[in-house]
Design a protein around this ligand. Sequence first.
Ligand code: GLU
Length: 428
Amino acid sequence: MSTQHEIPSYLTQREIGPWGVYLEQIDRVTPHLGALARWVETLKRPKRILMVDVPIERDDGTIAHFEGYRVQHNTSRGPGKGGVRFHQDVTLSEVMALSAWMTVKNAAVNVPYGGAKGGIRVDPRTLSRGELMRMTRRYTSEINIIIGPNKDIPAPDVNTNEQIMAWMMDTYSMNQGSTASGVVTGKPISLGGSLGRHDATGRGVFVVGCEAAAKRGMEIKGARVAIQGFGNVGGVAARLFSEAGARIVAVQDHATTIVSERGLDVAALQAHVTANGSVAAFAGGEQMDDRGQFWGVDCDILVPAALEQQITEVNAGKIRAELILEGANGPTTPGADDILRDKGVTVVPDVIANAGGVTVSYFEWVQDFSSFFWSEDEINLRLTRIMREAFAAVWQIAEDKKVSLRTAAFILACTRVLQAREMRGLYP
Ligand code: GLU
C-alpha cells in the first residue's frame, strides 16, 4: 500500500515486512476509534523487545549461534501471551507483527491477556534432538528475565510443539527452584497441559467457518475446501471439515501441492505426512507442479494455514473461493484485502479465525493455577461458545459500520485495549 509509515530505527525499509502490514491495518481502524484514537500510537510501538544470542554446542563439537527474539507488544489487558516460532525466515519485523496480532486476537476473543511473540531464526530440521533441546533451553534461559506465569506466557507456534514447551517449562522451573507449569501453555497433558489444546486452533477455524458459511447460505456438506499448510492448524481443520461432509480438494505444504476433485482422504494424508514429513508423493491425489496455481483452484472455502503474506495483490485476483478462513497469522496483505472485498469474498481474519489456540491456552493456564482439570467436552463446548460469540460480535460491527470483518475485529479489539490503556493511565 502507498501509506508511508514511520520506520523504527531498528528496522530498515526492507525489513518493514509484516510489521508494515500490521501498521496499515491499524491505519484502517483508527477512524473508527473515536476519542480513543488519541491512544492509537500505543499500538504502533511494541512495549518491549528482547533480542538474544542463542549459542549451542553442536553434536560434532562446533559452536553455533542463533538469533532469538521475544517481543511484548502490549500488556494493558494482562500478561503477554503468544507463541514461539522456530523458522529460518524469522525476523524482528515478523515477531513484532505476530506479537501485535496476539494483542488484537486476545482482545477480540476477550481473554485477559496482552500480546507477545517469540522466535528463533533457525531451520529446526537441521538440528538433532539434542541440539534442539539445548537451543530451546538456552533460549528460555535468555528470555527468562521477561517471561513468567503472570508476566508473559509462551506457547507453540510454527515448528514448536509439546516437547519444546516441556523443555521451556522445565528450564524456567529449574531456574526458579520450583515447578511453574503456568509459564507456558501447549504443554503435554502429563505436565499440566489441557485436553483439546492440540486441536484447538484447527477446531476454532472450523467453528468460525461454519458460522461464516451459514451467513453466506453455504452448506458445509459438499463444500470444496483448499488448504495451505498441513500442520497443527491446516491438518486439524482438514479433518473436521471432511468429517462434516466437505471435500478437501487441494492441500499445499512447504514441499508441494496435492489436488483431488473427488476429495482427498484426510486420514490417509495425515498418516502419509506423519511418515514422510510432507504431502509430497501422496498417492491419493495428483501433484500440481506450479505452486502459484494453488490459488486458482476451484473451491468454495480457502484456508491459508501456513505463513504470512501469502495472499497478495499478485494472486488475490485468481482466488475462486467465496470464503477465506485465515488459519495462519497475517496471510493476507492489505492490497489483497481490497481485491477480495471488490470480488465479494468473505475473509474471516486471523485474529478471529485462528483464536481457538490461544483460547484453549487460556483454559490451560486457568486449569494450571487452580490445579483442577476439565473434561475435553467441557473445553470444546466453552471454546465453541467463545468463538461463536466473537464471530457474531464482529459480524455485527461489520454490518453496522459497513467495514470488512478484519476492520470490524480490529474495532472490537483495539477499543478494548485502548479503553484499558486509558483507564490505567500513564505512569509516572
Ligand atoms: N501460536 C498461537 C497463535 O498464533 C497460539 C498462541 C498461544 O496459545 O499463546 O495464536
